[in-house]
Write a protein that binds this ligand. Sequence first.
Ligand code: HGY
Ligand code: MN
Ligand code: MN
Length: 424
Amino acid sequence: MITLDGLAIKALGERASSLIEGLNAFSSQEDGLTRLYLSKEHKEACAYVCAAMETVGLTASIDALGTVHGLLKASEGNPSKRVLIGSHIDTVRNGGSYDGNLGVVVGILALEEIRKRGIKLPFDVEVLAFGDEEGVRFPTTLLSASAIAGVLDPSEFDLSDADGISVRDALKALGGDADSASALAYSRDETLAYLEVHIEQGPVLESKDLPLGVVTAIAGARRFSFTYKGVAGHAGTVPMGLRKDAAVSAAQLICEIDKVAKAEEQFSLVATVGDVRIKPGAVNVIADEAMLSLDVRCEDDECRQQAEAAIVAAANRIASENNTPVEIIDYTAIDTVHCSKRLQTLAGEVLQDMGLPDFRLMSGAGHDGQVMAQLCDLGMLFVRCKGGISHNPLEHCSTEDMGYAVEALVRWLEKLGSHHSSES
Ligand code: HGY
Ligand code: MN
Ligand code: MN
């Protein structure tokens, strides 16, 4: 086990902290952090990340979809392979400072350390700061990672946000270009691995009193919207038995969703209604429209699909019982993605070298890695999350844990390098 220099770890953590703080400045929200894809704030954050990459000696650029690239030619000669590291800099509404941003900051600082320590690798390394992981502004998600992985569906550029602005137009407004997206795709044979460091967003590492953990898999997920149509009416004059109340149907479905998820005992099935919109939204008018979102996740794809089927059946039953037709849109689905066993082993060795246990855990949260795994081997490291709180301004990673994360990523790259050299 190599002894860790506590002061050096703390200094790395402090560097990470100041970059995270710097990114917090770019928010559309006065009293918190909201940075949606292709917003003014996202563009400003891209410039900030570009500058941070250049400061540590990376060759920085922003691509046509707003992904920031920071390349380190860490090798001798012209290597045939490249290792990608990164995460996302878009956030949810009123989100935390570390979700996504931590992986970009740790990636930049790890490459600074590779340069400072004169570590030679048999591959180049590129940090990627993706702009659309959360999928909060547009009804799509993982758009920028999909472009790099070469799996982007171009029809997604025609999807629009709540103001009717399409991805295509939002890109154009910020100097991006949807039509050149296909040129962004990397090929399998030039990409050795994608490594992502991410705040755990859950309570497991904290419960084990561990700063870092090795991720085994990312749970599959599917997102739906259910829109019930009723008949608007006077709240005072229409008897209960004569109503076609869309809000009641939505409420009954929300309870059914909760029941289906809680009934599952074998797998960690979760189902969330995060967004409910009632129209016309007046206190004395019976609702003629009620939309609810649904996010279903499980590490077992079959279990998730059975739950989805049960929920859709309940939605249709409620529609006919209440005489309020329902429109069901199922808009993103991604199966469970398994992290590379080889990258997990190397990461586990790194943790042990650092005097930490090789602790493995799965991810209930989605990540850019879900899509990058279609391009190359995926490796993920989780960083302890205070109270397991995320998608919340209280989200927090300690400075020391961020320092551990930078050190671990440096060593992970080094280990991958020596493995790659011995195999080629
Ligand atoms: O929804 C998720 O799991 C991720 O934070 N986008
Ligand atoms: Mn994230
Ligand atoms: Mn998130």
